[in-house]
Ligand binder design. Sequence first.
Ligand code: 13P
Ligand code: SF4
Length: 294
Amino acid sequence: MQAQRKGREDCIVLAHYYTDGAVQAMADYVGDSYYLAKVAAKADKGTIVFCGVRFMGESAKILNPGRRVLLPDDAADCPMAHMASAARIRALRAAVEDLAVVCYINSTAQLKAESDVCVTSSNAVKIVSALPNKNILFIPDENLGHFVHAQVPGKKFYYSGGYCPVHAQLLASDVESEKLARPNAPVLAHPECKAELLALADFIGSTSEIISFAEGSGASEFILCTEPGVLWELSRRCPGKRFVPVTPVCADMKRITPAKVEACFAGGGFEVQMDEELMRAARRPLERMLELAR
Ligand code: 13P
Ligand code: SF4
């Protein structure tokens, strides 16, 4: 619609599934972290407006440095992105032979710059399996790391103790009580949840994998163990199916509002800026992810 495009002719708008439905409705592309990183890398418009948290905007800028990247809210940050340290990475590199540092994309550019390869929840198993190294330092999400290790048991894993404060607060007991009320409802969980909860899940995957699974499933009711922003896409793709979310909202993702996105089209927003050296060092593991996940 003409009126809606006014002011955004030279912008491409990307939104993560955890943002508010009204924000997702404004976007050109909506998806999980891996999909959005691929779209950002190829974006051919002058400005990328990234409706998500800071590490997503940083990854877009690193992968496509010729574009201006705007965040609608400067304070939208992922707490887990900071839950590792360069000092621990360097100490472990010095102490452990044949070590690959595998960095979840939910991380600062500084942590990526210390790492060998990035991963997202949808490609982590594939990428870790493809690495020749026997030892893996998986940062910062220990829960995702344990999930990957269970599927790649031949390697030794080290961790930094990080976690998603939204998914990690979900307890197995929260899901058990929902299961009692609806015994036929499959449990859909994001791998950022704790192992005790994943043990109860019928399907584990990234946001887009959860949505695709629900769409293809014959079940009519589901227990949803991921951030409830996915309900917007689920209601679009799965009409008639019912989803019972047990996970709280991510307050950082919800900082993005339609008004803040509109402000980006009118000269506002917050430009992602990093020094060239940092971007160069952080680009290597991100590009390796895109190659290995292909
Ligand atoms: P995915 O959309 O890649 O599953 O990521 C979840 C997440 O926590 C993003 O912050
Ligand atoms: Fe970070 Fe968790 Fe929010 Fe994702 S849901 S942005 S991992 S705090």
